[in-house]
Each structure stands twice: as C-alpha cells, then as structure tokens.
Design a binder for this molecule. Structure first.
Ligand SMILES: Nc1nc2c(ncn2[C@@H]2O[C@H](COP(=O)(O)OP(=O)(O)O)[C@@H](O)[C@H]2O)c(=O)[nH]1
Ligand SMILES: [Mg+2]
Length: 342
C-alpha cells in the first residue's frame, strides 16, 4: 500500500465504522517512515484526534473509563500475553471491545511476532470483539515507538474502548510506555531473583499496579513470597500521583482462577476514587504535550540526518564521539545555523 492509493476520508470512514482492514491499514500507515506516507498519516491522525475529542465531549462524566488504555509490562516469559488473553476475554464478556498492541522483542527476534502472540492469545483472538496487532515494525529495539501512541488512538477511534499494550518496557532507547497510556500494570513472577528481579527501579516506580503471575501449582508459594516482598517494598516508594491510591501488589494466575476476584475488586476500588476522572483528564492532557515534544525531537533529528545535510550530520556525530565538540555546543551551533539563536 502506498500513500497515493489512499483516500484519507475513505480510510477514516472505514476506521470509525469499525472496519478491521481500515484499522490495520491505518496502523501500517502511521508506522511507515516514508515521507509521503507521513503526510497522509498526519491528515488521518488530525481527523482521528478531532473524532476522539468529540467522543470524549459526548461521554457522560461517569464514563471516564471508556477509552481506557493500559500497558502490561514485565520481563519476557513472565506471562504477559497469557494474562492479556484471560483479561481480554473477561473484558469482552463484560461487553467491552478490546484491542491489543503486542510489542514483543522476543517474538520479533524469532521473526514471528504475530504467530507468537496470537497463539498465546488464542481465546481472545477468536473473539469478534477483539483486535490483536503485533509489534509496530517502526519500533526501535522492540521497544515502544512514537507510532505506538498513534496506533493506540487509531484503535480507540475504531471503537475499541479498551486498549492493552504488551511490552517488556525496559528497552534502552524506547519511550516509556507509561507515558502513552492511562494505566501501567507490571507483571512479575515468583522468586526469579532476590532483589527487584533485575527490574530497574524506574520501571517499578512507573507501575500503577503490580501483579505477581503464575500463582498456581508449584509457582504458588514463590509467587506469594514475592508478592509480600513487593507489597512492603512498594510501601516505601513515594506516594502515587492519584490521591488515595496506593500501588497494590497482588498474586494472580493467568491459567487458573486464583487472584482474579481480588484483581477485579481492586479495579473497582480504583474506579470508586473520586479523584480518578480529573487525574485521568490531567494525565491525558500532559501526554498530548509530551507527545508533541517527542515528535518534534524525532522529526528534527530525522529531517536533519536524512536530508542533504546528512554528511554534516555524520561528521558532527563523529566529532561528538571523539570529544571534539560537546553535545551542548553542538546543539547551540545548530540552532544558530537555523537562525534560531543570535
Ligand atoms: N503456570 C503458569 N504458567 C503461565 C502463567 N502465565 C503464563 N504462563 C506460561 O509462561 C510462558 C510464557 O508466557 P507468555 O504469556 O508468552 O509470556 P510473555 O513473554 O510475558 O508474554 C508460557 O509457557 C505460558 O503458558 C501462569 O499464570 N501460570
Ligand atoms: Mg508475549
């Protein structure tokens, strides 16, 4: 598919009427790095943005949680896909339409991202009310890319009221996924390490909820032990930005029933917090700003390093590496070249 073949209005129309092919095409479009695709993608995202804002305006105030987006992060093998499969099916049974964006570096490596995750999510994949999409090809190092936010918005516009993003959330150059979603859920498993399981403290701090998965059969005791450990570790963390919310750590099984009642009642407690609607509104507003900032950074860098000035750019990179120039001086010089500084 190339941009000239695309009619944006037609694509948008298909998208908001829930046509899966239009959604798939739209996501492919926003993932594309081609200039001509980007121009069409911007037109599409402008329509989508307006549409979503209109939907939000028409939403009764007790429905703040419609359009709920949640990241499920955690180390490979911890059970994210399995958890999402079970959660997704329950959400569908509650009447939700669920989209899953799976950004899984381990499956990217094996070259079979879609197969890997679709087989793990076979129950959800078989539901008409669900849409599962493997890792955006534009993502760097299997991490979260700028396109992920656009893909999330496209899913919302296509009528999926719940969007789940699966990612390891620990890549080096990636955007913190928690900056793209309403809610971040960190999945761990029992006793796979004495400390923070090799998980950087920052990842734990970004979590709004922690689950210790695989609390079944021989995994049960270790999971409970880890859950107790995290529960007390979390109590020493700075307070959560949502007033009244203490980041909980629950043990759960993604293959059995254990922990699910507790999980749903914790979500119910969350929804009952009077500050939640404002907190979400504020978070989304801030995310729009950080989204712009990220895109601006990326666009400037991409433009400069891929246009005629590429040679200069590469020379500068080499000067930076060898210490000929400091990063701050390099930025200043560039701004002067562009006429933005005297
Ligand atoms: N016993 C048990 N196994 C699980 C559970 N959740 C996932 N698994 C298994 O753990 C392995 C990795 O699961 P997967 O969902 O692919 O992990 P991901 O890499 O985090 O997405 C698979 O073999 C799953 O069947 C659980 O709650 N209990
Ligand atoms: Mg997975």
């Amino acid at each position: 598919m190339t941009a000239p073949d695309l009619n944006v209005d037609h694509l948008f129309d298909g998208l908001i009427h829930g046509d899966r092919l239009s959604l798939a095409r739209s996501i492919t479009l926003v993932e594309s790095r081609k200039n001509q695709d980007r121009i069409v993608a911007i037109q599409l995202m402008t329509l989508v943005d307006k549409h979503l804002q209109q939907c939000a305006k028409n939403m009764p105030s007790d429905q703040t949680l419609a359009g709920w987006t949640m990241a499920i992060t955690g180390p490979p093998g911890v059970g994210k896909s399995t958890f999402i499969d079970k959660l997704g099916v329950q959400l569908v049974e509650l009447g939700h339409r669920v989209a899953v964006l799976a950004i899984d570096p381990s499956s990217v490596r094996s070259g079979g991202s879609i197969l890997g995750d679709k087989t793990r999510m076979h129950q959800l994949a078989s539901r008409d009310e669900a849409y599962i999409r493997p890792s955006p090809s534009g993502s760097t190092h299997g991490g979260t890319s700028a396109a992920t936010k656009e893909a999330i918005d496209l899913c919302l516009a296509a009528g999926y009221d719940t969007v789940l993003v699966e990612t390891v959330g620990v890549g080096q150059n990636e955007i913190a996924v928690s900056d793209l979603v309403d809610w971040t859920l960190l999945l761990l498993m029992g006793r796979s390490g004495d400390d923070l399981q090799g998980i950087k403290r920052g990842i734990v701090e970004a979590a709004d909820m922690v689950l210790v998965n695989k609390a079944d059969s021989e995994g049960y005791e270790p999971a409970l032990e880890t859950q107790r450990y995290y529960q007390s570790a979390l109590s020493l963390f700075p307070p959560h930005s949502l007033p009244g919310w203490k980041v909980p750590c629950l043990a759960i099984s993604s293959v059995q029933e254990y922990g699910w009642e507790n999980f749903w009642s914790t979500l119910k407690d969350l929804k009952a917090l009077p500050e939640l609607p404002d907190w979400i509104k504020n978070k989304r507003a801030n995310q729009r700003v950080s989204s712009f900032q990220r895109m601006l950074n990326q666009a400037l860098l991409e433009h400069w390093s891929s246009s005629q000035s590429r040679r200069t750019y590469l020379d500068l990179e080499s000067d930076l590496r060898t210490g000929q120039i400091s990063p701050s001086q390099a930025v200043w010089d560039r701004l002067k070249d562009w006429g933005l500084k005297e």
